[in-house]
Ligand binder design. Structure first.
Ligand code: ADP
Ligand code: MG
Length: 349
């Protein structure tokens, strides 16, 4: 115990939200210190990460979809599973070293939030990567728990809280009570699938290919799950599939909403399915407490309305949904000594 305290004086406690789109790092006592895309640039056909500093995060994201022949930019967690362990490790190492610096005597104590759907093997890989990256100790925390803490839900109390965290690759739905996850479901339908639905719509309706980044821009600018405000339209550029030449066209918010209806329905079903699995007493609490939404995908206009209509419950968007998990991990770190044991089941090595 005292050894740990002394080591604590010479090292930091670090929280990492290892997201499919974005990785956020927080430090105990400082809050969020890093927020970068979960992207790594590698030499094509290999696992060889490009020179440090240009290869990970923002620099790598700029390369997505625009890389020259010999380089590919990869999102190693894209679908909520770790597609490549080595690349994930390189990314984690880069972020840990960037925050920890080289000057510390001891490695950091690290709490990493991971999607609840990943396998035991993947969990182990994240743990090992973090240790190899120089962590003194590593704990894994289920993402819905971190999201719920970050959203300010009373997770430690004897009442049910429900959180829906819609990220890029996965949507995590969980009902929590007494600092434990009572029911949860992780589905691989989230923000990326909304982008993909827009790409498919452009192909079908306009014979036009657009890139992932353009699709994401359309979603953020005029996308919605339910009618919200004045109808809007937007100019879209891409490549004509017949002539092969660059071209532009205009699409409306109504057609984007229609295009998004399928993935939105899949997210809605995950929420209702989870509610159906809850014990009656917990369900009863939720009538009072409602549902909180977190994650970047929750920012889709009108999604709260759609979920409220489907469940009959009150639905609210958490403050700053994109940083909910990171802030939750940070609050967890602030209370680490107190919560470490009470949450033993959720913090495993
Ligand atoms: P992850 O935790 O998986 O890294 P995030 O919580 O960072 O994911 O959310 C990323 C997702 O949120 C992306 O699909 C992104 O397009 C989406 N997103 C971000 N801002 C908005 C917005 N204003 N409207 C709709 N979607 C958004
Ligand atoms: Mg997330």
């Amino acid at each position: 115990m005292w050894m740990d305290r002394i080591m604590g004086l010479f090292s930091v406690d670090m929280g990492i939200d290892l997201g499919t789109c974005n990785t956020l790092v927080s430090v105990r006592g400082q809050g969020i210190v890093l927020n970068e895309p979960s992207v790594v640039a590698v030499k094509k056909g290999t696992n060889q990460v490009l020179k440090d500093g240009q290869a990970v995060g923002w620099m790598a994201k700029e390369m997505l979809g625009k890389t020259p022949g010999s380089i590919t930019a990869i999102r190693p967690l894209k679908d909520g599973v770790i597609s490549d362990f080595e690349i994930t490790e390189a990314m984690l190492k880069y972020f840990i070293n960037k925050v920890n610096g080289k000057s510390r005597i001891f490695g950091p104590r690290v709490v990493i939030s991971i999607p609840s759907g990943i396998t035991a093997v993947e969990k182990r890989a994240v743990f090992d990567s973090s240790m190899r990256a120089g962590a003194r100790m590593t704990y894994l925390i289920e993402e819905p728990l971190a999201a719920a803490i970050g959203a300010g839900l009373p997770v430690a109390e004897a009442t049910a809280s429900m959180i829906v965290d819609i990220g890029g690759g996965t949507t995590e739905v969980a009902i929590l009570s007494l600092a434990d996850i009572a029911v949860c479901e992780s589905v691989r339908v989230a923000g990326d699938d909304l982008d993909e639905a827009i790409i498919n719509h452009m192909k079908r309706a306009y014979n036009m290919m657009i890139g992932e980044q353009s699709a994401e821009r359309i979603k953020i600018e005029i996308g919605s799950a339910a009618p919200a405000g004045e109808p809007a339209s937007m100019e879209v550029r891409g490549r004509d599939m017949i002539s092969g030449l660059p071209r532009k066209t205009v699409i409306t918010s109504d057609e984007v909403r229609e295009a998004l209806s399928e993935p939105v329905a899949a997210i809605t079903e995950a929420v209702t399915r989870t509610l159906e699995r809850a014990e009656p007493e917990l369900a009863a609490d939720l009538v009072e407490n409602g549902i909180a939404l977190a994650g970047g995908g929750a920012l889709l206009r009108g999604l709260d309305k759609v979920l409220s209509k489907a469940t009959g419950l009150g639905v609210r968007l958490a403050d700053d949904p994109l940083t909910c998990v990171a802030r939750g991990t940070c609050i967890f770190l602030e209370n680490f000594e107190e919560w470490k044991d009470t949450l033993e089941n959720d913090v495993s090595i």
